[in-house]
Design a protein around this ligand. Sequence first.
Ligand code: GLU
Length: 296
Amino acid sequence: MGRFAPTPSGPLHFGSLVAALGSALEARHHGGRWLVRIEDVDTPRAVPGVAEAMLAALERFGFMWDGEVLWQSRRTEVYADALERLKAGGHVFPCACSRRELAEVPDSALARDGSLRYPGTCREGLPPGGRPRAWRVRAGGTIRFEDAVQGWQEEDLARDVGDYVALRADGVFAYQLAVVVDDAEQGVTHVVRGADLLGSTARQIHLQTLLGLPVPAYAHLPVATNVAGEKLSKQTLARAVDEDSPPRVLTAALGFLGQAPPDGLDGASVAEVWAWALDNWALECVPRILHLPVPG
Ligand code: GLU
């Protein structure tokens, strides 16, 4: 069982189409089911109508998902239950630190992704008068996994990540928690997504272990970048995929993923492109790199 789990923060751009296509083809190629989940857990930032437009675009591109679309914004109680279980196991602690306080900690080492690593201030208890703002997961141990595209990965959670947030100070459940709860509940066995999430995977495996959830297989596809090497996103003003020519865009996405679509496929029908892709999909041909510029 595979899934595509977009955050509806902007239009469907080439990078999200690549993630959708890679995950759908990998699931279908193995005769599996393929689900779509809207990751709008961050409801204060969710822009109304964006998710619906994304789903409509997927349909235009010939995607057919199984079952109902799952909306994270409707599942807060389920994430709250998971947090209670983490509390009961002593795996999380309340944290009183504000963003400003954390930024002021002088010698806090950086996490592997260059972000600030939590210095452990509230790990052994709130400071006197400290008000609990967020809940953090105690990081510990080394996580190793073999990514089907990117190969073996290893992360020392305490050193490379630090104690990470499960419930944010603004009351929003962290992506890391929501994603593992949903993947488990939906029976997702194969996660195929962009390599921008490779660095989140160790945290997710950690949470799956703490919550007693199964660990899916992971495959991280190259992230589509612009010529400046920036990930396509709303922030880099990525253009929406051209909904008037799905066969051309799908064929370009197949090429991006290292498949070898025959000449002229971009002039075929959407159904023909999908038929070729389903017959010929080979995950082992996907380039084993983290970033790849979009041609053209
Ligand atoms: N919602 C995440 C994103 O769009 C992807 C989550 C996932 O595939 O695990 O960046």
